[in-house]
Design a protein around this ligand. Structure first.
Ligand SMILES: Nc1ncnc2c1ncn2[C@@H]1O[C@H](COP(=O)(O)OP(=O)(O)O)[C@@H](O)[C@H]1O
Ligand SMILES: [Mg+2]
Length: 276
């Protein structure tokens, strides 16, 4: 059976490198492009849910759904993002673009263990297998390589590793890639591309330029274009639970354009196996 949905995990060993920001930027671009999208907030901190302006409001959070993965219905428990409502009212669209969220909360943390069994690793795959109608699924991972991130990898067609151009982040990305190759052999032989997204790049910094060159020589063609620069308005936009495409001003529009390009580069390249 040919799968028409692309499942993408956004992960990294480190926190604060921009996983949630990249997830939100891509979700924003997908909404603007009218691509039916589901964001799964797998981080117990639930920052993606906050950024997308959602609460569970009586629905099951992703942690509860994972716990009951054989019985729970993902479709019955997703919440539509507040961005979607804004997009509709702003453009008075008749066809509603879809941006749904499987809401995160601290309960998900029960699976963030290093010793998760193989059948627990399949819980998210099980849930996703029962849903349809999305062309893109974005999974925002926690900053660890424990059970939750591995659950996301098992369910994914391709993986984006977010890295800042700094010594520890580049080293962490290399460790994550090695862990991923081992994981691929053992649990996910069909896993597709593993790519790197450089975030918070300051072109005027000698250190950043040096680390970017290092990243390109280490990770080659898997460093995706475009690189994402330091963007002063990010915190304000995320704090207001806005989509970058809906935020006024030229800097936001420039950033929105970069995410459009990144999304095109992700959805255009087939998720075929390839060493990163
Ligand atoms: N390109 C960027 N420019 C400016 N601030 C950024 C950028 N990327 C992320 N941030 C900020 O850095 C902080 C951490 O980013 P976040 O996306 O939450 O990282 P992670 O999900 O990897 O922990 C957030 O406050 C976010 O707004
Ligand atoms: Mg995050």
């Amino acid at each position: 059976m040919v799968r028409s949905v692309q499942v993408v995990s956004i992960s990294s060993l480190k926190g604060g490198v921009g996983k949630t920001s990249v997830t939100l930027g891509l979700a924003s671009a997908a909404l603007a492009a009218g691509i039916p999208t589901l964001v799964i907030d797998l981080d117990p901190h639930a920052d993606a849910s906050t950024g997308l302006g959602v609460r569970a409001d009586g629905k099951m959070t992703i942690g509860r759904m994972l716990k009951a993965s054989r019985k729970a219905s993902l479709s019955d428990n997703i919440v539509s993002s507040s961005w979607q409502a804004k997009a509709v009212s702003k453009r008075s669209l008749t066809r509603v673009p879809v941006l749904d969220v499987a809401v995160g909360d601290a309960y998900t943390g029960i699976y963030d263990r290093p010793d998760l069994r193989a059948r627990d690793l399949r819980r998210l795959t099980q849930l996703l297998g029962k849903t349809s109608g999305y062309s893109l699924v974005l999974i925002d991972c926690p900053p660890s390589l424990n059970g939750l991130t591995r659950m996301a990898w098992s369910a994914s067609d391709r993986i984006l590793l977010v890295a800042e151009p700094s010594l520890f982040s580049v080293a962490g990305t290399e460790r994550t890639q090695r862990a991923l190759e081992m994981f691929r052999k053992e649990y996910a032989p069909d896993l597709g591309r593993i790519d790197v997204v450089a975030n918070r790049v300051r072109k005027d910094s000698d250190e950043h330029r040096f680390r970017l060159t290092e990243m390109r020589s280490m990770f080659g063609a898997s460093v995706l274009s475009p690189e994402l620069p330091e963007f002063a308005d990010w915190q304000q936009i995320q704090g207001a639970a806005y989509s970058v495409h809906q935020w006024p001003g030229q800097p936001a529009q420039r950033t929105a354009g970069l995410f459009d390009e990144l999304l095109r580069n992700i959805t255009d390249t087939a998720a075929k196996p390839g060493r990163a």
